[in-house]
Design a protein around this ligand. Structure first.
Ligand SMILES: Nc1nc2c(c(=O)[nH]1)N[C@H]1C(S)=C(S)[C@@H](COP(=O)(O)O)O[C@H]1N2
Ligand SMILES: [Mo]
Length: 251
């Protein structure tokens, strides 16, 4: 499991990244404003992160839902594999669950649809300075990890996506606190309909205590790992590798 020291290290790095990023837009969001009000009290920030990681993100009512939920990043994966799966309405699509698990899984959309589902209306906050409230339905990630029999060596969950930027695949990762958080789901529906391609069909991550770029769309694989240092650029996600975006993007 994750030690308290490692947790404080990760939380401190995340908060520091926000402060250093110099991004005015994000500083304007109320939750970030609240974060900044902690000032330079890094230890207090870390303490808050340690005690609050299990807290739920606010949930909203249907009346609060945004009439338009912006699409950001890739709006459709360009690969021929994805095109083929989409043409078959994802009947041949499988979610591969691999890595540090006792039982690797290959789950169809139907398999996932038969698992218990959770529906939540939450606010998505993109680091670029926009937010939208939407409703998400999907399987809690912890149920998939439990079914796969997560090894005690696993510390992070990596999400492999079907899309890329200039040939570099999109991917993301989260720690086990977020992986087992009750609002962390692999969503197959949005606003009461099957997930659309622009929003990540057939399956996308919702990890509600973090910023937009952590919400991996087009998830093809879920991999349990001890470390993400050897994956792609080693920083745990596409944007983390190519920009100054921090791995822990807590809000
Ligand atoms: N696979 C993949 N996931 C992704 C992205 C992407 O380009 N590809 N963009 C990220 C960013 S920056 C945001 S804000 C959200 C946007 O989700 P949406 O298009 O459903 O609004 O997805 C995130 N997940
Ligand atoms: Mo974003």
């Amino acid at each position: 499991m994750i030690s308290r020291r490692q947790l404080i290290g990760a939380a401190g790095a995340g908060a520091g990244g926000l402060l250093l990023s110099g991004c005015d837009k994000i500083a304007a969001s109320p939750s970030v404003q609240a974060l900044l009000e902690f000032g330079n009290a890094g230890t207090r920030l870390a303490q808050r992160a340690v005690t609050d990681r299990a807290a739920l993100a606010p949930e909203y009512s249907g009346a609060d839902m945004s009439p338009v939920f912006r699409v950001n990043g890739n709006a459709t994966p360009r690969s021929s594999d994805y095109a083929r799966l989409l043409a078959g309405r994802f009947a041949d699509w499988r979610l591969q669950v691999s890595g540090l698990v006792a039982h690797p899984l290959s789950l169809s959309l139907q398999d996932i649809g038969h698992m218990p589902a959770r529906t939540q209306i939450t606010r998505h906050d993109c680091v670029e300075g926009w937010s939208a409230i939407g409703q998400w339905t999907g399987v809690p990630l912890r149920l998939i990890l439990q079914q796969a029999g997560l090894s005690s060596r696993a510390r992070y969950i990596v999400f492999r996506c079907a899309d890329d930027f200039g040939g570099t695949p999109y991917y993301e990762s989260i720690d086990l606190i977020d992986a087992f958080h009750p609002q962390t789901i692999l969503a197959w529906a949005m606003n009461g309909r099957m997930l659309s391609v622009p929003h990540g069909a057939p399956l996308r991550l919702r990890v509600e205590r973090q910023l937009g770029y952590k919400q991996a769309k087009y998830v093809m694989g879920v991999e349990a790992v001890e470390s993400f240092a050897h994956i792609a650029g080693g920083k745990g996600g596409y944007w983390e590798d190519v920009s100054r975006y921090q791995w822990y993007a807590g809000i």
